[in-house]
Ligand binder design. Structure first.
Ligand code: E4P
Length: 222
C-alpha cells in the first residue's frame, strides 16, 4: 500500500517525506485554505513547492463544477508539474471530465466518493485514483471500511485499473484496516502516520535497554 499525506502544510509534508516512506500528497480546497493560500499564482506556486518536496503523485483539486470549467482548470493544474493529478468531484460533469482527462493522458483522482456505485462510474471513466472518504462515512453512522472492502472486491473481479485511495483517515487503526482491506493507497494526516510508530512496549523496552547498556558500560570500565 502506498502512503500519501493528506495536507497542504509544507512543514508536515517535509516531516513525512524525511521518514523516507512517503509516496505522494493529497490536497483539497479546505486544506489549501487552511494554509492561507489565495489567488491563482499563489495556489500554483504552492503546488509547485509540494512537487519539489515529494517525487510522487500530488493531487490538486479543481474548483469548477461544470465540464468546461473543470477541463480548463485541470489543464492548467496538470501543466504545473508532471506529477500533478487532477482531483475531480464525483458529479455528472466530473465523470465526463475524468473521461476527457483519461483520453488526454492526464491523471485524475475522483474525490467525494461515498458508494460503490460512484466508484464503479469513476473506474469506467478511467480515473487513476478513486477516493472513498471513510472517516466522513463513519462520522455519519455508515461503515467506511466496508466500502473499501467492497471496492477491492469489485475492482478485482472487474479487473479495473483505478487505484483505491482511502481518504478521510481519522486514526491509526483506519490505516491498518485499509491495508488489510486491499486499498492501493492510504492518504493520512501526519498525526496518524506518526501514530503507527507508537507502542508502549517499544518505549518501555527501549528504556530498559538504555538502562542496561549503561550497566554494561560500567562493567567494561570497572
Ligand atoms: C483527501 O483526498 C480528502 O479530501 C480528505 O482525506 C478529506 O478528509 P476529511 O474528511 O478529514 O476532511
Amino acid at each position: 500500500m502506498k502512503f500519501f499525506i493528506d495536507t497542504a502544510n509544507l512543514a508536515q509534508i517535509r516531516e513525512a517525506h524525511s521518514l523516507g516512506i512517503l509516496d505522494g500528497v493529497t490536497t483539497n480546497p479546505s486544506l489549501m485554505a487552511k494554509e492561507g493560500v489565495k489567488g491563482e499564482r499563489n495556489i500554483f506556486d504552492h503546488y509547485k513547492k509540494i512537487c519539489e518536496i515529494v517525487d510522487g503523485d500530488i493531487s490538486a483539486e479543481v474548483i469548477s463544477t461544470d465540464f468546461e470549467g473543470m477541463i480548463a482548470e485541470g489543464k492548467k493544474l496538470a501543466a504545473i508539474h508532471k506529477n500533478i493529478v487532477v482531483k475531480v468531484p464525483m458529479i455528472k460533469d466530473g465523470v465526463k471530465a475524468i473521461k476527457w482527462f483519461s483520453d488526454n493522458n492526464i491523471k485524475t483522482n475522483c474525490t467525494l466518493v461515498f458508494s460503490s456505485g460512484q466508484a464503479i462510474l469513476a473506474a469506467k471513466a478511467g480515473a487513476t485514483y478513486v477516493s472513498p472518504f471513510i472517516g466522513r462515512l463513519d462520522d455519519t453512522g455508515w461503515d467506511g471500511l466496508a466500502l473499501i472492502r467492497e471496492l477491492h472486491q469489485i475492482y478485482t473481479i472487474q479487473n479495473f485499473n483505478t487505484q483505491i485511495l482511502a481518504a478521510s483517515i481519522r486514526h491509526v487503526n483506519h490505516i491498518i484496516a485499509c491495508a488489510s482491506a486491499g486499498a492501493h493507497v492510504c492518504t493520512s494526516p501526519l498525526d496518524s502516520i506518526l501514530g503507527l510508530l507508537k507502542h508502549p512496549l517499544t518505549d518501555a523496552g527501549l528504556l530498559k535497554f538504555i538502562e542496561d547498556s549503561k550497566k554494561m558500560q560500567e562493567a567494561v570500565l570497572a
